[in-house]
Design a protein around this ligand. Structure first.
Ligand code: ZN
Length: 244
């Protein structure tokens, strides 16, 4: 069975729809969302609704958390982050906020454990960038495969007794070895930061034991224009075309 893992949609409906169309062509049985449905982008409401329709499971991201508990938290946030949260709080109804409030911090689906940032301290949303960060996560991962988002950078780690080894994320299906633990960062649908502006998501095939990172072209200008129309920061709009 194939599962599509989507993360960091960030209220970018054009990117989300492009990804969902691609998912529909890949023989995928279920969609799982790894959080950050809202923040940065112009369509938080539509994105929450689409994810709730499409995803079998969804976990809480830090931006979803800010949107729900924004009043007390907003002051400490960077301007572009705070702006995205303010837009989300304006456009979301209580019904959407309640849906975000109900999201679990992590979920196990089959052999896969899903969390937005890291199992080392899920509620604090730490970033996994280095082997040391990945090791702290692996200390709490019991399942063969963990999937995360949060950094917006597609990455794959293999658990080694000394220090996790980072494997190269390449095009095409990547085979997983038996008796080995992995941690995959699925990349970002709505705001990729690895220099490739195309929307990114991950497919896991549990019978073949393979992973595939998909890149999907979408019109970044449509999203950027919608952001500027809402008075969102130009920097947030401009970064989409560059994938940074
Ligand atoms: Zn994010």
């Amino acid at each position: 069975m194939r599962t599509a893992f989507l993360s960091d949609i960030h209220a970018n409906l054009t990117a989300l729809e492009a990804v969902l169309s691609d998912v529909a062509r890949q023989g995928v049985s279920q969609v799982v969302c790894l959080g950050d449905i809202v923040g940065y982008g112009p369509q938080p409401r539509e994105c929450v609704e689409r994810v709730m329709e499409e995803a079998a499971h969804c976990v809480l991201g830090n931006h979803d958390y800010y949107a729900v508990f924004g009043r007390t938290i907003l002051r400490g946030l960077r301007e572009d982050v705070a702006d995205g949260i303010a837009v989300a709080r304006n456009l979301l109804d209580e019904r959407h906020l309640e849906q975000l409030r109900q999201l679990p911090i992590s979920v196990r689906c089959g052999e896969v454990v899903c969390v937005h940032a890291s199992l080392s301290d899920p509620q604090a949303f730490p970033y996994i960038r280095t082997g040391k960060d990945a090791r702290e996560h692996f200390e709490n991962q019991r399942s063969p495969l963990g999937v995360i988002g949060h950094t917006h950078i597609p990455q794959l780690w293999e658990h080694m007794p000394s220090r996790p080894r980072e494997l190269k994320v390449e095009e095409g299906w990547l085979e997983l070895q038996p008796e080995t633990q992995y941690l995959a960062n699925v990349g970002s649908v709505g705001q990729p930061r690895d220099g490739d502006p195309r929307a990114c998501y991950l497919i896991y095939d549990d019978s073949a034991q393979t992973l595939l990172w998909r890149r999907v072209l979408y019109d970044t200008q449509t999203t950027a224009a919608a952001m500027l129309a809402l008075g969102m920061p130009e920097m947030s709009a401009a970064r989409l075309a560059q994938g940074v």
